[in-house]
Structures are given as structure tokens and as C-alpha cells.
Design a protein around this ligand. Structure first.
Ligand SMILES: Cc1ncc(COP(=O)(O)O)c(C=O)c1O
Length: 295
């Protein structure tokens, strides 16, 4: 989170979706909570104790219980630890129990809508089981937050979540395009492209461009070349990429090409600015203020 976002004031609500795991981080969070409407998640009783100690005497901090819904990354694994955590939060004078988070990251890129639906349904069943246990024990669960771009419509149909964490829909990327195919979720427009320049044309069958490993996240394979579905991209070095020529298409030295990044979120983190264009004219530029702020 950047100073800019936090300084937007109490009208901006920020949920940090990863648990914090020490008192230093808890103190930083407590300081930020004085400047914006901040909510945090915990998945361990010690996390509650740290936040309670860090916020003592300050304004109440909203804390949600993170539930593992099948991804296995973070979160409590069932109703009993959730009950303990909710009880501890409510017993802490400076904390407020805000509800639950259950992020089904493992479901987002499942290809095939029926398979994705069954993954989402079982994730939401796990959330519902924890919510039932909490509410039966007298802990009202006002917020149930989770979901992402691949499951957004299925989450809405399912009706368990009260808040959606959809993010990639804003830009979209090649990985989501491949997974979603012609499903309704693929209707989100591709708005993010990487502009690259052809820097060498001395070989047959391909040209070299100035976008390589440093230009985009590489966890999800290669980008596609906009407007040239028959050509392919391969990483060619830290600062270089290879684009195959196809048929009569062979871009010249200095020509600009647009690439659809493989994975949008960490690709944005590699750049300091995003240029906004309309009809190929730059109309604005936005600073990526959260760049590099991953810890
Ligand atoms: C906890 C959490 N919520 C929501 C999202 C957003 O998912 P998407 O970008 O696929 O919409 C992510 C993405 O990594 C995430 O980690």
C-alpha cells in the first residue's frame, strides 16, 4: 500500500488480504489505520494478539478471519479455529470482528465453466460452513469477501460472498483469455498491452523486439502479438524477445508492436507508468504508485 492510497482518508476502504505475522508489521498496520479505513485478515490466534497489542489505545481496527477454501495458501482450515479467532478478536477492546475472507485462487484459471463452477461451489461451501458455525455461536458475519475474475459471475450466482475481490478484469491477460475461452467471464475487454519496438531484422523467420524477461511476469508463459495470431513470441534475453514473422507479415526495424501480457498483475508491477490511449493517441498517464510495495 502506498502513502498516497492510505492518505486518501477514511472514505477509502482498504483490505489487506494477506495475514501479517509479527508485531512490527502489526504496528505499521495500526499506524496506517489512523489514516484510512483499514481492515486486516488473520489466520492464527497470535495474529490477533499482535494486532491487539499494536492497536492498544488507538481507534478500533477491523479484523476478518481468513479461511482456506482449497487453495491452501493462508487461512484457517475449518470452523473451530475460526471460532477461536472470532472470540479472541471480540475480546480485544481495540479490535472489531468484521467477518471472513475466503479466496479461491485455485479456481480462477480452471478451464471449462462446469469445472470452475464445481471448484467455486466447494469453496463457497467451506465459507458457508464457517459462517454457520460463527453465527450459531453469536458472532455476526457482516462481510464475506473473496472471488476473482475467473469466478466472478459464478460467485454472484452462488450468493455466499457479500464482497468481490475481482482485480484482473480491469486489464485482462493471455492466461485468463486462454482459460475463459468464450465463457461469459471472458467478456471483459483486453485493455492492457505492452508496447515494444522491433530492434533487429537480420534473420529469416523472426525479428527481435525490445521486450524480454524484465518487461513482464514470466510465470504464465509467453505474450501474444496483437493483430497477428499466427505469429508467436519467445523470450530471447533479459531485454529481448523473439517474434516470428508469418505469411507476408514481417515488421520492419523500428516498428512498434503490441503484446498481450501473460499475467497482468505482476506485469504492472514491473512498470512505473501506464500510458492511457484512445484511438492510438495518448490521453493520460498514470503512475504505478504501488510498484514494488509487496512487503
Ligand atoms: C486474495 C486475492 N484476492 C483477489 C485477487 C484478484 O484476483 P483476479 O486478479 O484474478 O481477479 C487476488 C489475486 O491474486 C488475490 O490474491
Amino acid at each position: 500500500m502506498t502513502a498516497f492510497e492510505a492518505d486518501a482518508g477514511p472514505q477509502v476502504s482498504i483490505l489487506v488480504t494477506s495475514p501479517l505475522a509479527d508485531l512490527v508489521a502489526a504496528r505499521r498496520a495500526a499506524a496506517l489505520a489512523r489514516r484510512c479505513d483499514l481492515s486486516l485478515v488473520v489466520d492464527h490466534p497470535d495474529g490477533v494478539a499482535e494486532l491487539s497489542a499494536a492497536t492498544d489505545g488507538g481507534p478500533p481496527l477491523t479484523v476478518l478471519c481468513d479461511i482456506d477454501v482449497g487453495l491452501g495458501r493462508t487461512g484457517v482450515t475449518g470452523p473451530d479455529p475460526a471460532l477461536l479467532i472470532a472470540t479472541l478478536i471480540e475480546a480485544a477492546p481495540s479490535l472489531r470482528f468484521g467477518g471472513v475472507q475466503g479466496y479461491a485462487g485455485h479456481a480462477q484459471h480452471v478451464a471449462g465453466r462446469d469445472l470452475r463452477r464445481s471448484s467455486v461451489d466447494s469453496a463457497n461451501d467451506r465459507i458457508a460452513a464457517v459462517v454457520d458455525a460463527l453465527e450459531s455461536a453469536g458472532h455476526p458475519v457482516t462481510t464475506r469477501t473473496g472471488g476473482g475474475t475467473g469466478t466472478v459471475l459464478l460467485d454472484i450466482e452462488c450468493g455466499v460472498l457479500t464482497e468481490l475481490q475481482t482485480g484482473s478484469y480491469l486489464f485482462m491477460d493471455r492466461e485468463y483469455r486462454d482459460a475463459l475461452g468464450a465463457d461469459p467471464e471472458s467478456a471483459f475487454a483486453q485493455s492492457l498491452t505492452l508496447s515494444t519496438t522491433v530492434i533487429s531484422t537480420n534473420q529469416t523467420g523472426f525479428v527481435t523486439v525490445d521486450a524480454g524477461l524484465k518487461s513482464m511476469a514470466t510465470d504464465a508463459g509467453v505474450p501474444t502479438v496483437v493483430g497477428h495470431p499466427d505469429s508467436s513470441f519467445a523470450f530471447f534475453g533479459d531485454e529481448q524477445g523473439l517474434v516470428t514473422t508469418s505469411g507476408s507479415w514481417s515488421p520492419g526495424r523500428g516498428q512498434r508492436l503490441s503484446l498481450v501480457p501473460p499475467h497482468c498483475d505482476p506485469t504492472v508491477d514491473r512498470h512505473s507508468r501506464i500510458w492511457l490511449t484512445r484511438d492510438d493517441i495518448v490521453v493520460d498517464v498514470v503512475a504505478v504508485t504501488a510498484r514494488g510495495r509487496s512487503y
